[in-house]
Design a protein around this ligand. Structure first.
Ligand code: C2E
Ligand code: CA
Ligand code: CA
Ligand code: CA
Length: 278
């Protein structure tokens, strides 16, 4: 389908047609998947470096579609955000993560109070969110301190006042707020101070040294967060060298393939929640 106009920028290329077709297909399958609940959550360890033990997990969604195969959340989460499907999907994610944590608490009462960390999208920051989460926590008898919410900087800064109210409601439930992908957005540090954030997750691009100034940013982030009384999680730790570097720089928490990939609940159970590289 070529709709060649006078202006070259209106040229509708086969690539664009493919992309649009892919999007429409995904959208359709996404609504079917929502009904069939054909999603799964994986859990990636977050490690307490100072004590060499597990701090908790980040829940990460996986979608295997019978027809389309495995689809990355980086592709379908933005789409679900566009269509609003993220609201029911997000509710399913929150419920499933809490249900899993409740199961573990019951089956392994000797385990420490691991923190379950759940990603939220901007569209989920509605006034109904806090009451929804509160009732999920109550239903599964989960102490609010064992739940954390991850949000990106850009999500917090859009319509700042509304977002702020919602985040304050969440914080007053007693759960922790993590600022995700730190360093990639545009927040000012004063705004961060204005929000009830407990923890900053430093984006993996800095940990992996993709930028020339990565090292300076890693070290400055740690220093500022320490002064502000914020905890820091370094994301994307893939090598022992990176781990040692973060240890030397007094990072509290780390997450990455080197310490553990996102995995199904059953695998974590099989490993008895032991860290492979401790
Ligand atoms: P994110 O929240 O920044 O999640 C971290 C991503 O980095 C995950 O990708 C994780 O698998 C990956 N990762 C972890 N360790 C390493 C590492 O050492 N190296 C590298 N290269 N990558 C690592 P994933 O699972 O594909 O998710 C991508 C993004 O999709 C997430 O980024 C998040 O923005 C979104 N997402 C995933 N699950 C959910 C969800 O349940 N709800 C919402 N709203 N968004 C989600
Ligand atoms: Ca995250
Ligand atoms: Ca992140
Ligand atoms: Ca990200």
């Amino acid at each position: 389908a070529k709709l060649r106009g006078r202006n070259r920028s209106h040229y509708f290329s086969p690539d664009m047609a493919d992309a649009l077709y892919r999007k429409m297909t995904l959208r359709h399958h996404l609504s079917l998947a929502l009904e069939a609940e054909s999603f799964e959550l994986y859990y990636q360890p977050i490690v307490d470096l100072k004590h060499g033990k597990l701090k908790g997990f980040e829940a990460l969604i996986r979608w295997h579609d019978e027809v389309l195969g495995q689809i990355s959340p980086s592709e379908f989460i933005p789409l679900a955000e566009e269509t609003g499907q993220i609201v029911p999907l997000g509710r399913w994610i929150m419920k499933t993560a809490c249900k899993q944590l409740a199961k573990w608490r019951k089956r392994y009462p000797e385990l420490p109070p691991y923190i379950m960390s759940v990603n939220l999208s901007r569209a989920q920051l509605q006034s109904s969110l806090a009451p929804t989460i509160e009732s999920i926590l109550r239903r599964y008898c989960i102490p609010p301190a064992q739940l954390a919410i991850e949000l990106t900087e850009s999500a917090m800064l859009q319509e700042f006042d509304d977002a702020k109210q919602c985040l304050e409601d969440l914080a007053s439930l007693g759960l922790e707020l993590y600022l995700d992908d730190f360093g990639t957005g545009y927040s000012s540090l004063s705004q961060l101070q204005d929000l009830p954030i407990s923890t900053v997750k430093l984006d993996k691009s800095f940990v992996q040294g993709e930028h020339k100034s990565s090292q300076a940013i890693v070290e400055a982030t740690q220093a500022i967060c320490e002064k502000l009384g914020l905890k820091v999680v370094a994301e994307g730790v893939e090598t022992l060298e990176q781990l040692h570097y973060l240890q030397r720089n007094h990072f509290d928490y780390c997450q990455g393939y080197y310490l553990g990939r996102p995995m199904p609940a059953a695998i974590l159970e099989e490993r008895q929640f032991q860290l492979l590289n401790s």
